[in-house]
Every structure is written in C-alpha cells, then in structure tokens.
Design a protein around this ligand. Structure first.
Ligand SMILES: [Zn+2]
Ligand SMILES: [Zn+2]
Length: 357
C-alpha cells in the first residue's frame, strides 16, 4: 500500500509503497477514507519535534475496518472508525484519575511499524501514520462511529475538533458572555473559534498573522478578526472595557504567541496553550507580572478529552446539525497532493486540507 513518508528534516515528504504487518492479536487493519493535514505532522517534518525517519505521516483520520487480529472485541470488519492518536491504557495513575489524555503510555511521537519497499524499518506518526491507504493499529486506537457520518468530518474529529472543542469546554470551561481571544487560525484554532461561539462567548476575537484568514474566521463564528501585530493587546483591551479578555487560546505553539496571549488576557484571566512548540522556545514572564496579573497559564493536551467518550458525542453533534465542520475544511486532495498541503500550511494558508487516499 502507499503512504506519505518523510525521510529527512526539511525535505518534502513523498508517497512511497510500504508494507505493514498483518494485524497481531488485539490489532486491526483500517482502510483510510479521509485524513487531515495537521500542524503536528509539519512539526515532525521541519524538525520542531524530533522524530525518527523514515516516518509515515498523518494522525487525524477515519476509515473502515477491513481486517481484525485475534481477540479483537471492539470492532468488526465493515465498521466505520475514527483513529485515536493517544489511546489510553485505562490502568495507569492518570487513567485511574480520569485524565486519560495524560496517560503514561499515550501520545508517543513515533513508533516502529512495517517496512519501506527497500526493507528499512518504517516509523508511524503517533502510532498511526494515517496519511496512507491503510493503517494497522491497536484496537484501542479506533473509535466506532455511525456509518452515516461523512468520512471527512469523522477524520477531523480525531484531532482538530476534539482538541479545539475540548480546549474550550473541558480545559478552559468558557462560560456564556465571557470574552475570548484565539491566536492562530489553522484547523485547531478555527475549531476553538467555533466552540467558543457555541459556548456563548462574546466577543470572540480571532487573530492571525495572515489577513487571508479573516473570511475563514468569520465563517467559523468569530465576532471579529484582528491582525496579529504589536498592537494586539491594545486592540483586545479596546474591545473588552480596557481589561483584556477572560480567555486567550494560543493555537500556534510559539513562545512569542504565548506571550501575546498572556498580554491580551485580563487580570485573573486564563491562557490556554493548545499549540505544540519547541523545547528550546522560552516564554519570558517576570516574577512581578506573574504575581500581579493573577492569570492562569495552562495547556490543553488533546482537549483534556477522553476520545472514547467524546468522539461519539461529537459525531452525534455533527449528525444532528449542531456542530458544523464545513468552515474548517478549505481544501481537498488525494495522497499525491498531500505534500503540497504541507507547503500551504507552512505558508499559513487556508484551514484544513482533507486527503482522500
Ligand atoms: Zn493533529
Ligand atoms: Zn494510562
């Protein structure tokens, strides 16, 4: 089967023939029907996050189970599933405390699985490698969803939407009437915008360096689009009775934008970091401002969500029309067009590209 494979930092990924093992006991093979191009894959491509190569990219996808190994009880061939890139063990200290997104065994950047055509060991992103025709994954990494759910919507539930909606509802707990700033308007940021509006936030100020994101932001539910520059905190204060926003969501993963989110927030407000940044990118905060501002700074890993509980709930919201994912999707392509989608993402263009292998 074919997969999108990265071979070195900074080199464009290429579609290659690869071979996956047959499903072992407890594993399933899934035919991928739609996969999103997510920023975390770009981070592994450009070296922001260290990863072993060759590396099959992709971790936001949906498809159909086509083969099950021995002892699989969760799904049967023919079932439609969303892939989960951080399947919790349900046994560790975090899982037992109902924080499965912090599972001691979850979210490993890359695991070895299968081989390239030349026989080299292949690694798969976040245990999935889903920008591919097929994946072989543990049954705990698939979540059954109704067959009526369109594959492209199902794919986005697995990363951008679970993360964005979870950050608003579960991590930050945005309440009706609160003011919200969202910095960085990719798939996750636009999902945060939509979820904040759905939670009754007002205003919802959507911020990006690219003015081309204005239309996408307003379609996703922003009350206003602001260009990201040095005047951002003043602009936010001007729209929040001079205080700053109750909540800021940083959806970029950069020290400078975390700092901007911090400055745009009111005293006692909350900054939720959703973007994944580099380990040497430092956020400067003075001891006095930490004390005086009384702000809360925290991150949202996988939307503080339990995918097994929350993905089916989000699927129901898509099917009953209360969650519209159309504003998140700006491009559609096949596997051969996926590398160009990473280029667009690196240039800050568009929202999600959905790949249909
Ligand atoms: Zn992702
Ligand atoms: Zn666990």
């Amino acid at each position: 089967m074919r997969a999108l494979v990265a071979r070195a930092v900074g080199e464009p990924p290429r579609v290659e023939p690869v071979e996956l093992p047959a499903p072992a006991p407890g594993e399933v093979r899934v035919s991928v029907r739609a996969a999103g191009v997510c920023h975390s894959d770009l981070s592994m491509l450009n070296g922001t996050v260290a990863a072993p190569y060759p590396l099959a990219l992709g971790h936001e996808a949906a498809g159909v189970v086509i083969e099950t190994g021995a002892d699989v009880t969760r799904v049967e061939p023919g079932e439609h599933v969303v892939l989960n890139w951080a399947p919790p063990c349900r046994r560790c200290w975090y899982c037992e405390r109902h924080e499965p997104w912090l599972c001691e065994r979850g979210g490993v950047p890359a695991v070895a699985r299968g081989r390239t055509a030349a026989g080299e060991p292949l690694h798969v992103t976040l245990g999935l490698g889903a920008l591919a025709e097929e994946v072989v994954v543990p049954e705990t990494a698939v979540i059954p969803v109704p067959a009526e759910l369109p594959f492209e919507a199902a794919a986005l539930l697995g990363c951008a939407v679970l993360t964005g909606v979870g950050a608003v509802r579960r991590t930050a707990g945005v309440a009706p009437g609160e003011s919200v700033v969202v910095i960085g308007l990719g798939g996750v940021g636009l999902s945060v915008v939509g979820a904040a509006r759905a939670a009754g936030a007002d205003p919802v100020l959507a911020v990006d360096v690219s003015p081309t994101k204005a239309k996408l932001a307003l379609a996703a539910g922003a009350t206003e689009f602001l260009l990201s520059d040095d005047s951002l905190s003043r602009a936010v204060r001007g729209r929040t009775d001079r205080r700053g926003a109750d909540h800021a969501f940083e959806c970029v993963g950069r020290g400078s934008t975390i700092r901007a989110a911090w400055r745009a927030t009111r005293r006692g407000g909350t900054v939720t970091v959703v973007g994944m940044g580099a380990k040497d990118d430092v956020v400067p905060l003075s001891a006095l401002e930490i004390f005086h501002s009384a702000r809360t700074l925290r991150s949202s890993v996988y939307g503080s969500s339990d995918p097994d509980r929350d993905v089916p709930a989000l699927a129901r919201s898509v099917l009953d029309g209360s969650l519209d994912l159309a504003p998140l999707i700006s491009d559609r392509t096949d596997l051969d067009g996926a590398a160009a989608a990473f280029d667009r993402m690196a240039r800050g263009e568009g929202a999600r590209t959905v790949v249909v292998p």
